[in-house]
Write a protein that binds this ligand. Structure first.
Ligand SMILES: *Cc1c(COP(=O)(O)O)cnc(C)c1O
Length: 385
């Protein structure tokens, strides 16, 4: 546990390495992949997750999630796959909520059967539906909240209680919330996973992942991680430390911008629907208000019928199309053309992914400029049709 109370102090200072030689202001970067092995306490090697920069950054990330320990990975999916596989073996069963990040769905659907791991997807993200899938061989329950792309909210206290009752390990992909807006360990969840490519990195220039849990659980994940080999190189570790210093203020700005834009879109005559957990009309609002410190920078919206979402996207000038999310720059994508393109029309309808749905990652720009851009694009496509 960090001695500091505030997130921005943790972001800026926890885990920093002292430059004892030159007294520089920032952590020195140790790029060695080769360390002496005789008369040393720790046998250091980057794939063992124990170089000076890796260890220092893990301290910061553990503190950010109010956990005992952390491991940093070469991608979010390396963190997801290694964490899951560390607690599952042949003959075990795992319960997932329905709406999951596409890469995680692919991992489960394409790989688990060949390792003899059974799995079920709950009908929704509601606790009762998750509990209904538990079997005698279930070992892990895995959720993601807010979810992609409809920002559904899963009740984390309820999930933690279900896990405790049935003796399961509970895991969450906390990427969309970031540690600024949600700390699942405080709510009883065991293992917290992040794609650090998103809010932790925040500048769309780092691929990384992280997991935070108790010392014992991190050690169990480490035993597999050193064999799977998914650690992060020290140069990127150092860049990620730099990015994290501003995460608190970046995400706060994104929360405020997203709230303002959600309200703006709600009141717009050409917008059919807005999905944002900070809106009272959102079905997950009450739970989000209880378990989140802020509602996040992600929102989705549907254009009114007859308006072409692709054309709307193409005519935006400031807001850029992007497969990824969570940068300081605002980006947008069409789930039907990207993350959910491989689903059948029927499955998309079941998940309520409409053709006019756009997923909006709100950046730190001034909201007036973002609103102007949305307005001018809507005007352009209205005149064209
Ligand atoms: C991007 C993302 C991942 C995967 O992370 P990578 O760093 O791309 O491997 C996992 N979960 C969520 C919610 C994501 O947005």
């Amino acid at each position: 546990m960090s001695k500091y109370k505030g997130i921005n102090t943790i972001c800026t200072h926890v885990g920093e390495l002292k430059d004892s030689e030159y007294k520089g202001a920032v952590s020195p970067l140790y790029m060695s992949t080769s360390y002496a092995f005789e008369d040393v306490e720790v046998k250091r090697y980057p794939r063992y997750f124990n170089t000076p920069n890796q260890v220092a950054l893990a301290k910061k990330i553990a503190a950010l999630e109010h956990g005992e320990a952390a491991l940093i990975f070469g991608s979010g999916m390396a963190a997801v796959s290694t964490s899951l596989m560390a607690f599952l073996q042949k003959g075990d069963h795992v319960v997932f909520q329905d709406a999951l990040y596409g890469g995680t769905s692919n991992l489960v659907n394409e790989e688990f059967t060949k390792f003899g791991i059974e799995y079920s997807f709950a009908k929704t993200c509601q606790p009762d539906d998750l509990e209904a899938e538990i079997k005698s061989n279930t070992k892990v329950i895995y959720v993601e909240t807010p979810s992609n792309p409809l920002l559904q909210i899963t009740n984390l206290k309820a999930v933690a209680e279900i896990a405790q009752k049935h003796g399961l390990v509970s895991m969450i992909d906390n990427t969309f919330a970031s540690p600024v807006n949600q700390n699942p360990i405080d709510l009883g969840i065991d293992i917290v996973i992040h794609s650090a490519t998103k809010y932790m990195g925040g500048h769309s220039d780092i691929l990384a992942g992280a997991v935070v849990a108790s010392e014992g659980q991190i050690n169990q994940i480490f035993q597999l991680a050193k064999n799977f080999g998914g650690s992060l190189s020290d140069y990127t570790v150092w860049l990620l430390e730099r990015s994290l210093k501003t995460m608190g203020i970046r995400v706060k700005a994104q929360n405020e911008n997203a709230m303002r834009l959600a309200e703006f879109l709600m009141g717009h005559h050409q917008i059919e629907k807005v999905y944002y957990p900070g809106l009272e009309s959102h079905p997950g609002y009450d739970i989000a208000k209880e378990q989140m410190h802020g509602f996040g920078g992600m929102l989705s919206f549907e254009l009114k019928e007859g308006l072409d979402a692709s054309a709307f996207m193409k005519n935006l000038n400031l807001i850029k199309p992007s497969m990824s999310l969570a940068g300081v720059e605002s980006t947008i994508l069409l789930p039907t053309k990207t993350s959910h393109a491989l689903l059948t029309e029927e499955d998309r309808a079941k998940q309520n992914i409409k053709d006019g749905l756009l997923r909006f990652s709100v950046g730190i720009e001034d909201t007036e400029d973002l609103m102007d851009d949305i307005n001018q694009s809507l005007k352009t496509i209205t005149n064209q049709s």
